[in-house]
Structure formats: structure tokens, C-alpha cells
Design a protein around this ligand. Sequence first.
Ligand code: FES
Length: 157
Amino acid sequence: MKPAEQSRREFCGQACRVAVAGVLGSALGACGGGGGSPTGPSGAPSLTTLSGTATASGIDLVIDTASPLASVGGAALVQSSRGSFLVSRTGESTFSVLTATCTHQACTINGFTGNRYVCPCHGSNFDTSGRVLQGPAVAALRTFAATFAGGTLAVAL
Ligand code: FES
């Protein structure tokens, strides 16, 4: 092998290694995530978190004009001393309330995109009625009855 040919091969080999390292580096960087990103690992936007007030029969949630639940189609993660819940507004005075605890391995579901709740741990998707749209979860989310009056949603637990 001539010296010029050998150095060209060495150069190509080194260039390939640098290119592979660059691709891996950016792939790892993309997976690193974190740092206050508004989306979870699933890529779904995170729900706004609201605070509910525990009552003797469940939780109360005030819904004012600034709430993400003020308009039909809105959704939020509601936290309270009685647990975390996924709430979506399905009509002018109707809401769906689901447990936010994933039926797969109990992560708190906090993503919402295209009218689907998305679990950040392994990507299970649920519709706003709690049905599984995509696994690994196989069981539906538990639902709770709720009534809306005077700007307050009362969830019965
Ligand atoms: S805990 Fe929700 S998908 Fe695994």
C-alpha cells in the first residue's frame, strides 16, 4: 500500500468515527431532555396544574375565566390532599374527572395532546373518558362523578 493511500484510508476511518460520535452525541443530547421543558418525555404538552380543595364528600374546584377549564375542550391536572385528577370540560356544564394515576405502573399522568391524556413514564394514552387508546396500560382510568354549579366543580369521591 502506498503511503498516500494509507493516509487517505486513515483519514476516512477517522472521519467516520468523528461522524458517528457526532450523531450519537446529538441523539443522546436529544434524549437528555429535562431542564424545565414544557413537554414530557412523550413529547406531549404538560397539563396546567390546578389546586382542588378537599371537602367532606370529595374535592371542589373553582373554575374562573382564567382557568384552562373555562372553555369546552380544556383540560387540567388537579391536585388535592385527596389525590390527583385529570379534569376535562366536555360541555358547557359537563366535565369528565379521572384519576391521574396510570393503571400501568402508577405514574401521574400529566400530558395532554389531541384530546388524549399521555403518561410520561411509558407513553400510555387514554381518552377523556379514561379508555386506553395505547398501551402498555390495559385497564381504563377510574372515573368520578362531578357536578358544576356557580362556577365550582364538585367532584364526588
Ligand atoms: S406508568 Fe403509565 S405507561 Fe407506564
